[in-house]
Design a protein around this ligand. Structure first.
Ligand code: GH3
Ligand code: MG
Ligand code: MG
Ligand code: MG
Length: 319
């Protein structure tokens, strides 16, 4: 007797949003013209397990922030050449940095200036002289919350998986990495079979449960390092890192069998659903086109394999 698929519950995916798959090592950028003070903050944060980059020249801050993609910025308010408030305003102009916490370190007593600093992009003030224990606690709490918020923004709300845009971004990054290290990876695109009739027969809420069910089995059966996204309505995509297309086919075919054998329970009885999948590998030895073109080529190839699987009768996996 087939075991019903566990459909994920709210608490489960909130847990996932909160970083079930994410690592918890926070990256912090300190911008302070006073190198001695910056070194003291950095040491305290490093001792608490954080990764810290210090910038003493505020003119270089934007570049360093772009390169390190930090979880939080600690910024001195008074610096020569550029004001911390002005720098925060510039950082906030980048869409990706809208939710990046900026904590000001300051002896500023003027309430008007404090309000201005917050209005232009700062999140909070840590009064100087800084209590290092308090600094570490504040930084950790803020970074934690910012990560959770970002995870929610980047996730698909029904399944908790990466949304389409984020998945494609990761595909580009992983392809670059694979090219640098000469490693293989496979892109899998999944599409539920005859899903319209699932909705027509059982209703959209049951259809949603099936979508979450497939999301959950992908999360359970693929590796933690694999990247999984909801590609479209009833379409998913997975990036299997370090796995070539033939090996990927074996793994996904096994997953397909298990999914097809499971049953979904409704008040009117139980039913089963199948999916089809198409797989494409990256060009061996980085021989393929560069940049975004390689991602596009892989998506087209995986799509073509998926449609071949559909034409061949569905409930199958093709490379
Ligand atoms: P095929 O085997 O050829 O893929 O058939 P299909 O019926 O699955 O194909 P099609 O892509 O035409 O239909 C997909 C359906 O998925 C249509 C749409 O109503 C449904 N769908 C898309 N997103 C969602 C969703 O978030 N929830 C539910 N319940 N249904 C969805
Ligand atoms: Mg200063
Ligand atoms: Mg479809
Ligand atoms: Mg479909």
């Amino acid at each position: 007797v087939a075991k019903p698929l566990e459909v994920n519950e709210l608490a489960d995916w909130l847990d996932h949003f909160a970083g079930g798959r994410a690592e918890t090592r926070y990256t912090i950028v300190i911008v302070d013209d006073d190198r001695l003070l910056a070194a003291a903050y950095a040491m305290a944060l490093r001792q608490a397990g954080m990764q810290v980059t210090s910038v003493s020249d505020p003119a270089q801050a934007i570049e360093v922030i772009a390169a390190t993609a930090p979880d939080l910025i600690l910024m001195d308010l008074q610096m020569p050449g550029i004001d911390g408030i002005e720098l925060a305003r510039v950082i906030r102009q980048t869409r990706r940095h809208l939710s990046l916490p900026i904590l000001f370190l300051s002896a500023e007593q003027d309430t008007e200036r404090q309000i201005l600093a917050r209005r232009l992009g700062g999140d909070d003030f840590i009064p100087k002289p800084v209590d290092l224990d308090r600094l570490v606690t504040l930084v950790r709490l803020r970074a934690e919350r910012a990560r959770a918020l970002r995870a929610v923004m980047e996730s698909d709300s029904l399944t908790g998986l990466l949304n389409h845009a984020r998945f494609k971004e990761r595909l580009g990054l992983e392809l670059e990495r694979a090219r640098r290290h000469g490693t293989t990876l496979s892109l899998v695109i999944f599409d539920l079979d005859h899903f319209k009739s699932v909705n027509d027969t059982h209703g959209h809420l049951v259809g949603d449960r099936v979508i979450r069910g497939l999301a959950r089995s992908l999360q359970k059966r693929l590796r933690r390092t694999d990247v999984i996204g909801r590609y479209g309505g009833e379409e998913f995509a997975a990036l299997m890192i370090g796995t070539g297309p033939e090996e990927a086919r074996g793994i996904i075919d096994h997953l397909r069998e298990r999914f097809a054998a499971a049953s979904f329970e409704t008040e009117g009885g139980s039913f089963g659903v199948t999916f089809s999948a198409g797989i494409a590998g990256n060009a061996p030895g980085g021989a393929g086109p560069e940049g975004g073109a390689e991602a596009e080529a892989m998506i087209s190839a995986a799509d073509a394999a998926l449609y071949a699987a559909k034409r061949a009768g569905r409930n199958r996996v093709m490379v």
